[in-house]
Write a protein that binds this ligand. Structure first.
Ligand code: FAD
Length: 554
């Protein structure tokens, strides 16, 4: 979850200004449950549900269930398939460039994809993506969007952005439970022997050098969006070995360091360090160089609903063009157009949409099912690995106290546990009543290969998930169980693409970006191999710009 690696000590200015200021001003800002039988007695009071993306629609596509023939036909200049960040970003770009004849079709009953969120009586909370970090200052298009949405309020006389104090993560930002004590920051420190500390220092020195390193083409070795990274083989060949093998070759063997790096891979990629490439493992630490006038490097920017907030800013600009509960089930080439078959999931009817252009902002494993009569040379879908995730939004009436060490932070992680911890969704909240909280717990399902993990996950019941989550929570917070009121679970079967060895700079990813017949274009974080808001934002713009260039030239 959290990528705040270098700013272990934070000032408490934001918390003080915002919380204290608003509290004294007296500002008060103010789900479907089921009771379960057969539950362990200790959990009997806990309500909640297990949910996820529309599985019925997913199975219709997977099993190619025969659907009724389309009854109506409509036309549109550009059809965007999907309603995640990539799709919404493409839609915004078309609109801002005067291309207003477009539609966005999303199979869920809401836009957002992995950046979707939930809300209950206590707080809004993320169901997937939950933060961004300071943006690299050369990323003009994203900086413009953040300025348009007041995430960046203004610039200082050196051109450094001021980030909105309400959205910079309030202090304290992150803590780690290690050796029976909550320490400040997530890099292991408390009770860590000197020899391990020296390795940790050596690792950070190395990635700081990589952060500034440029290839023989003058480009940064690691950057965001990743396609702007250097083509220099010195760096790209790191995609051909696993992160674990790379660390071994570099002489890193401290269990504390290796735990931390494995946690980081699970956190950002949903996989262990042994299952991602060294290029991806280093990218996590070396691609962010954003500077702000009022925040430390690597500061997190977040909201109670996580990136759902950013999603709404995109969605609200194009909501007139958005059709939810509409599933595309076939995409084929016509004479001079693209023929798209769509099912209205609410009515159960189907129709044909004839478009001049289609932007497929849906996942590649879905595209494989949708593209009818079209082959894509060089695209080997079996090389695309999707990490499954379980997200639990845990509502507590309070956290048991006292705790040893650092107080509750936004990001809270326990050393050596299967999950990557939880974020306090209320951290950015301005309510006076602070005891009740929603804790968003993230469990990457990475101990088996993704397909097996996915199958196992789908077979687990709500109660079986509680048997995994609650013991871990008890280790973090003894006696927490009676304080848990509700646990809402969300299972992402194909949560995010993961950067397996050879994927990022391999043939499949390169070919998957290629348009088909100058009419079908692609936009999705699958095209990066690293699933980040920034990547989605840029894929949307790139695909929309390809459409615009057809009519107005590059
Ligand atoms: C657990 C988790 C945590 C994450 N945390 C972060 C984070 O903190 N920060 C961050 O930057 N990123 C995070 N991410 C990554 C996140 O996935 C990306 O930031 C981004 O939201 C991906 O957007 P997208 O548009 O590329 O894809 P998606 O979100 O996958 O969107 C694809 C959309 O296409 C729709 N679709 C699919 N098939 C069809 C069809 N046949 N017809 C119509 N619509 C269809 C889907 O329903 C979906 O809405 C996280 C991801 C997960 C799973």
């Amino acid at each position: 979850m959290s990528g705040q690696l270098f700013n272990k000590s934070q000032t408490s200015r934001r918390t003080f200004l915002l919380r204290a200021g608003l509290l004294t001003a007296g500002i008060l800002l103010n789900g479907c449950l089921r009771k379960l039988g057969g539950r362990k007695a200790d959990y009997a009071h806990i309500t909640g549900n297990l949910r996820g993306p529309n599985a019925k629609a997913g199975h219709m596509l997977r099993d190619k269930v025969p659907l009724p023939s389309p009854t109506g036909t409509s036309t549109v200049k550009t059809l965007i398939i999907g309603g995640g960040i990539s799709a919404l970003s493409a839609a915004r770009w078309l609109k801002n460039n005067g291309e207003t004849d477009f539609k966005v079709v999303e199979l869920e009953d809401h836009a957002g994809g992995n950046a979707f969120f939930g809300t209950n009586a206590v707080s809004s909370y993320p169901l997937g993506a939950h933060y961004i970090t300071l943006i690299n200052n050369e990323d003009k298009k994203l900086i413009d969007f953040l300025q348009e949405t007041q995430v960046i309020t203004h610039f200082d006389d050196k051109g450094l952005p001021f980030y909105n104090e309400y959205y910079l993560c309030f202090d304290p930002e992150e803590r780690l439970l290690i050796n029976g004590h909550w320490q400040n920051g997530i890099v292991p420190d408390f009770g860590v022997p000197d020899a391990d500390r020296r390795q940790i220092e050596r690792f950070f020195k190395m990635v700081t050098q990589y952060q500034q390193a440029k290839g023989n083409d003058g480009k940064y070795a690691f950057t965001i969006p990743i396609d702007e990274s250097s083509a220099d083989e010195t760096y790209r060949k790191l995609d051909n070995i696993s992160f674990t093998d790379y660390l071994k070759a570099e002489g890193f063997d401290s269990p504390y360091l290796l735990w931390y790096l494995d946690y980081s891979c699970k956190d950002d990629y949903g996989r262990h360090a042994k299952d991602v490439s060294a290029w991806a493992g280093l990218h996590y630490f070396s691609s962010r160089r954003g500077k702000a006038a009022n925040a430390e490097p690597n500061s997190a920017i977040t909201w109670p609903e996580g990136n759902g907030w950013l999603m709404k800013q995109l969605r609200n600009q194009i909501s007139d063009h958005l059709l939810t509960s509409h599933m595309v089930y076939s995409v084929g080439l016509g004479q001079n157009n693209v023929q798209v078959k769509v099912m209205d999931l609410a009515k159960g009817t189907t129709s044909l949409i004839i478009a001049e252009n289609v932007i497929m902002a849906s996942q590649q494993f879905v595209n494989q099912k949708l593209l009818t009569g079209i082959t894509r040379p060089g695209v080997d879908y079996s090389r695309m690995n999707y990490a499954p995730w379980l997200i639990a939004n845990i509502t507590v009436d309070k956290l048991p106290s006292p705790e040893k060490g650092m107080v509750l932070c936004w990001d809270n992680v326990a050393y050596g546990q299967p999950s990557v911890g939880y974020v306090n969704a209320n951290q950015q909240d301005l309510k006076l009543i602070e005891e009740k909280k929603v804790l968003t717990y993230y469990l990457p399902l990475c101990d088996k290969e993704p397909r097996l993990s996915r199958l196992t996950a789908y077979s687990r019941t709500y109660d079986q998930w509680l048997d995994i989550i609650i013991p871990e929570l008890e280790q973090m917070h003894p006696e927490i169980t009676p304080h848990i009121e509700q646990i809402d679970l969300w299972l992402w079967g194909h949560g995010m693409i993961s950067p397996a060895v050879g994927y990022i700079w391999g043939e499949t990813r390169r070919q998957a970006k290629e348009p088909i017949a100058d009419r079908i274009f692609f936009a999705h974080t699958d095209l990066s191999g690293i699933s980040l808001f920034e990547e989605a934002f840029h894929h949307g713009i790139n695909a929309a710009q390809q459409v615009i260039n057809k009519y107005h030239g590059a």
